[in-house]
Write a protein that binds this ligand. Structure first.
Ligand code: ASP
Length: 280
């Protein structure tokens, strides 16, 4: 059993030692909580749980603390993929729910498993999700500064459970100040993908991640026999040719963990029940 989570990248305004330490502590404690949960739950339930904890932490750009789009509205996206069944579910540009990842999880049981915009919101309301504003003062200040003058931090989790099953979940408030209607990579197979061999979650510029098909490529390469390191190296070399900006976390079916980013640095933590690895 192993778990790795990410909290996106540092944005330029975020580089203080205080914020860094806060993110390290938070990621470490969420990785540990999620690992405890994994002891008695499946990989797919655990990745959704871990991502909900990250959504609830306003240090990260997902759920509470999400970025505001150019029209002043927060629209969030999240996806869940079960490596065993290869089912993916997700919400794209949903507004006013606390935990988009739990709406994605609810959609797992449907035939229509990825919903967008008002359809996603209506579905959430019909399934007991209450209205909740995820706006926080810090993001309003950033938005107002951009309005006057003119960041990043998606979250994700990959886990392997006691039965060797893999799953991935990813959630985002988007890249900030985007054109309303813009679709993030997080609820696509470029940003969030898993099968029985490998599971991958990405952060970075959604357009680059989609152009590079990052998660799907890494998973396919591992499925076809590459090691995680080989698959990451090849995929990130290709990302370089489009000057792409991305980071990714992964676990393969043998329980190997891997992470890489194109520009420093993605914030992440992993835990295997004995030791942590936390970004520095
Ligand atoms: N990948 C996200 C997006 O482009 C942003 C991020 O990772 O911070 O919507």
């Amino acid at each position: 059993m192993k778990i790795i989570i990410h909290g996106g990248f540092f944005s330029e305004s975020d580089q203080s030692n205080e914020v860094k330490a806060a993110k390290q502590n938070s990621l470490k404690s969420i990785a540990e909580k999620a690992y405890q949960y994994l002891l008695t739950n499946s990989a797919v339930d655990t990745v959704a749980y871990a991502v909900s904890l990250l959504e609830d932490d306003e240090l990260f750009n997902a759920g509470i603390g999400s970025q505001i789009q150019s029209d002043g509205i927060i629209r969030m996206s999240a996806a869940l993929m079960d490596g065993e069944t290869q089912k993916m579910s997700g919400v794209i540009n949903i507004q006013d729910v606390k935990n988009p990842i739990f709406v994605a999880k609810e959609l797992m049981k449907e035939d229509d498993r990825v919903l967008g915009g008002s359809g996603a919101k209506n579905y959430a309301n019909e399934h007991g999700f209450e209205d909740f504003s995820t706006e926080i003062p810090q993001r309003i200040r950033e938005y107002e500064a951009k309005l006057a003058n003119g960041g990043k931090g998606t979250v994700g989790c990959v886990a392997i459970d006691k039965n060797g099953k893999l799953a991935v979940a990813t959630s985002t408030g988007g890249k900030g100040f985007e054109i309303p209607g813009r679709i993030s990579d997080s609820a696509t197979v470029a940003g969030n993908y898993a099968n029985e061999f490998c599971a991958v979650s990405c952060t970075g510029v959604g357009e680059d991640i989609v152009s590079n098909a990052t998660s799907a490529k890494i998973v396919t390469r591992v499925t076809d026999g590459m090691t995680l390191q080989e698959a990451f190296n090849k995929t990130f070399t290709e990302l370089k040719t489009i000057d792409g900006f991305a980071g990714a976390i992964a676990i393969d079916r043998d329980g190997n963990i891997f992470h890489q980013d194109s520009y420093p640095k993605m914030v992440f933590a992993s835990f295997d029940g004995e030791s942590f690895e936390v970004f520095e």
